[in-house]
Design a protein around this ligand. Sequence first.
Ligand code: SF4
Ligand code: SF4
Length: 407
Amino acid sequence: MAMSIPCYASFGTKLQDPLNYSNYNGVEKVKSIIKKTVIPSVGSSPVESLQKGNWVKLICGASFEDLVDIRNLSLVYTLAGVDCIDCAAEASVVNAVNEGIEAARALVPIRRPWVMISVNDDEDLHFRKAEFDPDDCPRDCMRPCEKVCPANAILQKGGVLAERCYGCGRCLAVCPYDKIRAITYVRDVIATAELLERDDVDALEIHTSGREPSVFRELWTGLGNSTANLKLVAVSFPDLRGSTISAMNAMYSIMESSIHCINLWQLDGRPMSGDIGRGATRDAIAFARKLASAGDKPKGFLQLAGGTNIHTVEGLKKERLFQTTTIHEPSRYETIPSTLHSPNALIAGVAFGGYARKIVGRVLSSVQSHHGLARVEDFPEQLLQAIIESLALVGTVKCYNIQKQII
Ligand code: SF4
Ligand code: SF4
């Protein structure tokens, strides 16, 4: 049966007519789209993307551990040209990401995105799982928890599927009987250090509240030399209002003497909410506006996250923050080869999490519901659908024009 979905070209413009996928030989069409649209548009390295302001990171989720989805998401977004894939600091998850990347590169010889693992220095919303005992629930409960879960992590008539839960907390808020608990955890430092020494892990992200320099120091010190070969260290933190800049400076001073690569500040606007709607991205944009104009911040690229979605670039443009360059600061990125010392974008890029997973997840779950655990590339029609969805999102930052390639 022919499948059709609305197509969004660059900048999210809705086209008049939906595409009819039965017209295409899926895999060949995918290869052609990627070769014509993505490969000429992505820079030769993720560092260049950071400098130009068109860096895109896929957030698989610091707690999301569904290996089949992670592998397929990594494949799709590698083909869509992301610069980095951020995942849970678990060996099996890292393997799944790398498997997806290599499967994508076997289809089309595209640049390998960096693989980033995310850890926390203390309790953090991104590092928790919901849990409840379904036998303890009143029989007449309408199960709003199941309906509200964006990850399909709550089984019909059952409890939480731990590997799919990424801790968004929406089920906690809707349970009328207060039956759901949030189990928080902190990633183990020794296991993280071992992962960082793998050749297929390129970057680290530390999630922190920014309020406790002592726990940040403890984690950073505990990681020791394992960060020596990284390409990027990111710190993800919320807007701390009046103390944001002093917190950034405190964290940077802890890392400064032992950081051997570029660094990035992930501005976590409204955590894990990009799939909710247009307004979810406002906090991240407001955070970016504030930091872009702050003069006394420590060095490091700035990247948005938390509530980011298809409307984020539009918001950045309104604020004149999209791919706007800074004044040349030759000393700012001294770890970057001198040939790359050119004006840097004020905002280096955008990370997409829940929204990115939702638009491609719709396709992946249709594959899984019909075929069980499956490799998305074995289903060309669905692969093409997933690619078009991902290009529409990544293309807002990378400025792809996919319209003429597809029609
Ligand atoms: S709603 Fe969020 S916290 Fe609850 S089970 Fe689903 S993903 Fe986990
Ligand atoms: S909403 Fe609460 S009581 Fe109802 S099924 Fe979900 S966890 Fe159980």
